[in-house]
Design a protein around this ligand. Structure first.
Ligand code: HXC
Length: 511
């Protein structure tokens, strides 16, 4: 018996070495951890249960039958816990044939995807790989297809998270693209469909990997990445933080953690947050941090479309999704990027029963050819659609401007907002006073005195929360300092909200 136990230990030790000590050292030299070290950091200590450690590739082409059969075949798979809650995880092992995907490697991932879906728990993929195993050809392509299909089936059922921690090219990019969130590590990770060499051949462009698909590009310009972190350790610890906000599946309630923040806590500084001058910005993030439990806010797409802020927080220990216009950037206007960013976030929250809290200060949609040619109508409609179809509790607080179509879009009463509050500083109107007067009193434009009088008249009549409140579009005008208490009470009242959209095969959101 002793002998077989020793054999098992030996085989495990061999598998744990992956591509060997030399390649592990090379990985460390690049500032990267190995697949197993990453999993150790991601999961609760000692909770990882590994599967398929001894799986080997079966390819016989291009000398692969002669090549070393490395147990595990370039991906480490299994499950463990994050703060006691089950998550499934796979981590590409770059030390084994560059983490490339073979048929057997894909089989390990799909087995794990099936388990995560069956057992209704989140799945996290850690990527660090060179794409399809080139020696395997179409078998590797088929493997990718199997993974993609499962990504789609699991979408909206269990949270799927991708963390890019090294190269991620070719077939490897499309699985993350279909998961709920993509995070990257700065300087050591990059993502692209085709690399710099192919780009040079096809388009004659000279770009580095970082310029083509580094975290600096994807977290800002392309919005492929939801956030970028300084190094492997920070990224993995932040994934633990994110998991704490998410329900295990679309049938589970949001997690509830002990909160040491009084739900009645009022904040008098909020009474003076909005400046008297309506053209002066203020920081919406200050408001968010002052309202949510312990100022803990996990921002999504922090560096992209900064004119809208999205992220997870808690009220009374339970997760909420926050969406807020940011007056500090482009006066908080809605443009194509902001609309797409918020629409995707709203849909995630709705799919996973995370109540939405929306803070509104929006002067409208951004005018101009750049926006119109870029499809603002369809992109703006995405956000409108997302809010309108959402059935989760929706609480909206208008802090200042809520003008025109943007007023309607931002979780208004008309889109089934459950509780719609306005601060006394709110201005709910079809547009700002200057634009309105110049249109309806066009004949007076040369007369500065008349225009000033008309502007004042318009401001007094429409630029307040009361016209909307008179119609019941606003449930109550509230004091800013009591906003946390109001939200907490509204969430409690909405805890058992029931609302269903009519049956359909699926909707047809303007893509
Ligand atoms: C087989 C691979 C591999 C791959 C890397 N390796 N990628 N083996 N298939 N796709 C091997 C290397 O041969 C090398 O083995 C080891 O992994 C480490 O790779 P290096 O090149 O030494 O590392 P590095 O210099 O860091 O470069 C990493 C890299 C590069 C940028 C990822 O390896 C690379 O460009 N790989 C190929 C990328 C690619 O074109 N993939 C196919 C995409 S097509 P040795 O033994 O020499 O150390 C695709 C289509 C799928 O994915 C579409 C599905 C829809």
């Amino acid at each position: 018996m002793k002998h077989v136990l020793e054999i098992l230990e030996e085989r495990r030790a061999e598998a744990r070495l992956g591509g060997g000590q030399g390649r592990i050292d090379a990985q460390h030299k690049k500032g990267k951890l190995t697949a197993r070290e990453r999993i150790e950091l991601l999961l609760d200590h000692g909770s990882f249960e590994e599967y398929d450690m001894f799986v080997q590739q079966r390819c016989t082409d291009f000398g692969m039958d002669q090549a070393a059969k490395i147990p595990g075949d370039g991906v480490v798979t299994g499950w463990g816990t994050v703060n006691g809650r089950t998550v499934y995880v796979f981590a590409k092992d770059f030390t084994v044939l560059g983490g490339s995907l073979s048929e057997t490697h894909a089989g390990k991932i799909t087995k794990l995807q099936d388990m995560a879906l069956k057992n209704r728990a989140p799945i996290i993929g850690l990527f660090d790989a060179g794409g399809a195993r080139i020696q395997e050809g179409v078998a590797a392509l088929g493997g990718y297809g199997e993974v993609f299909q499962r990504n789609v089936i699991a979408s909206g059922v269990i949270p799927q998270i991708s963390l890019i921690m090294g190269p991620c090219a070719g077939g490897d990019v499309y699985s993350p693209a279909m998961t709920d969130f993509i995070f990257m590590v700065k300087d050591t990770s990059y993502m692209f469909v085709t690399g710099p060499d192919v780009v040079k051949t096809v388009t004659n462009e000279n770009v580095t990997a970082e310029e083509l698909g580094g975290a600096s590009v994807h977290a800002t310009k392309s919005s492929i990445a939801d956030r970028a972190y300084e190094n492997d350790v920070e990224a993995l610890l932040q994934m633990r933080r994110l998991i704490d906000f998410l329900p295990a599946s679309n049938r589970d309630d949001v997690p509830e953690w002990p909160s040491f923040d009084d739900s009645d806590r009022s904040d008098l500084s909020l009474d003076t947050l909005v400046p008297d001058n309506p053209n002066k910005p203020y920081d919406m993030k200050e408001l968010i941090l002052k309202i949510v439990d312990e100022g803990d806010f996990f921002e999504i797409q922090e560096a992209h479309a900064k004119n809208i802020v999205t992220g997870f927080a808690r009220i009374d220990g339970r997760s909420v999704g926050i969406v807020a216009n940011q007056p500090m950037v482009l006066a908080g206007v809605l443009d194509s990027d902001a609309s797409r960013k918020a629409a995707r976030f709203v849909r995630f929250c709705d799919a996973f029963s995370i109540p939405l809290v929306t803070f509104v200060d929006v002067p409208g949609f951004l005018p101009g050819t750049a926006q119109e040619y870029g499809g603002l109508i369809k992109h703006g409609a995405k956000l409108l659609y997302a809010y309108a179809e959402a059935t989760v509790p929706k609480i909206t607080i208008i802090t200042r401007k809520a003008f025109g179509g943007a007023y309607v879009v931002m979780a208004s009463k008309h889109l089934r907002g459950d509780v719609n509050y306005a601060w006394p500083s709110a201005q709910i109107a079809v547009m700002g006073a200057k634009g309105a007067v110049e249109i309806i009193f066009r004949q007076d434009i040369g007369d500065a005195e008349k225009i000033a009088a008309r502007t004042k008249e318009y401001e007094e009549r429409f630029l307040s929360p009361f016209v909307a409140a008179e119609r019941g579009y606003i449930d109550e005008v509230i004091m800013p300092h009591g906003t946390r208490r109001r939200i907490s009470r509204a969430l409690a009242a909405l805890r058992h909200k029931e609302l269903e959209n009519p049956w359909k095969k699926h909707d047809n959101i303007p893509l």
